[in-house]
Design a protein around this ligand. Structure first.
Ligand code: DO4
Ligand code: MG
Length: 303
């Protein structure tokens, strides 16, 4: 069972998408209301959704015709890093210009007990399916990071899975790891969607296929495939570090790191299109837009 949000008569409607692709409108305002209702009734979200569906008829629409928006207005999106070997290799390459001769911060964090976790986005910044992702004007090396996202409760319970794009600037991060917030957060640098797969309906979250395709003028210029079985850590382990001595809000999303990195010579371009597919969740598609250079009045601060 997947949860979606879609536009209907200029309003956002919460919906359920069943295994046989039927769409039902749900009475709850949003996914967070559904989470709170389940907690209050001490039941699972799936059982509330099933009760609603059993009492109604599917909409006379095809899922492909719906205008989907981000399935949850997550108060915050956090992200884990260097959780896959592939990410460690890429980080080492960009921070040493490919001339690796000693252990890096990335090697250390890959093996350390404490994972890397950083704030990626907030509700007001977060974008969804088909929204544009932007390219920074002060970076020449930018890539999408296709990641499985965990939807969690304020107590850290994993209630669902979604797809996230952790857009990243490799040259800014590679120059100095202290630039991480600028390499990760800018306008339209994080999208999630198109659905939330309810945790109760995922057989094995450590066996989900992740595919990333990048199109230039409708031709595939990059395709990468991975599986969550390659993850170095456990999802509960990542969540336990996120919630440790922290205040986490209902419906927070935690991205679990990337295991697909385009070749080192690749950078995204204006008008590219990124597709990230995860089995049982769907395809998150976003066009790419180059940000205009920084206003001239501030250019004296930039080379
Ligand atoms: O250390 C930088 C971030 C790594 C990251 O975002 C990832 O591995 O997905
Ligand atoms: Mg990432």
């Amino acid at each position: 069972m997947n949860i979606i949000r879609f536009m209907q008569n200029h309003k956002i409607v919460l919906g359920a998408l069943t295994e046989d692709n039927k769409v039902f409108a749900l009475p709850q305002q949003d996914f967070i209301s559904l989470m709170k209702e389940a907690e209050l009734k001490r039941t699972e979200i799936l059982s509330i959704v099933n009760d609603c569906i059993n009492d109604s008829l599917p909409l006379d629409v095809n899922i492909d015709e719906l205008e989907l928006v981000a399935p949850i207005q997550a108060p915050e999106v956090w992200a884990a890093g260097v959780t896959y070997e592939k990410s460690r290799e890429a980080r080492n390459y960009e921070s040493t210009n490919g001339k690796l001769d000693s252990q890096t911060f990335y090697d250390k964090v890959y093996d350390a007990e404490r994972p890397e976790i950083f704030l990626k986005s907030t509700s007001a910044r977060l974008k969804g399916p088909n929204d544009e992702v932007y390219l920074r004007s002060d970076s020449n090396w930018q890539i999408p990071e296709p990641e499985l996202g965990l939807v969690i409760s304020s107590k850290g319970k994993i209630v669902g899975y979604t797809i996230g794009n952790d857009m990243s600037s490799r040259d800014i991060e590679g120059e100095n790891p202290l630039y991480l917030p600028q390499a990760k957060i800018w306008k339209n640098s994080c999208t999630i969607g198109p659905t939330i797969r309810l945790a109760e309906t995922v057989k094995d979250p450590y066996n989900l296929d992740i595919t990333c395709r990048i199109y230039q003028e409708d031709k595939i210029v990059f395709e990468g495939i991975a599986n969550t079985s390659q993850l170095k850590r456990k999802f509960d382990e990542l969540v336990s570090f996120l919630i440790r001595d922290n205040e986490i809000f209902e419906g927070t999303v935690l991205l679990t790191g990337t295991c697909i990195v385009p070749p080192n010579e690749f950078t995204l371009k204006n008008k590219d299109r990124i597709e990230i597919e995860i089995s049982d969740i769907g395809v998150l598609s976003n066009p790419v837009k180059q940000q205009v250079p920084y206003p001239a009045m501030f250019s004296k601060f930039i080379d």
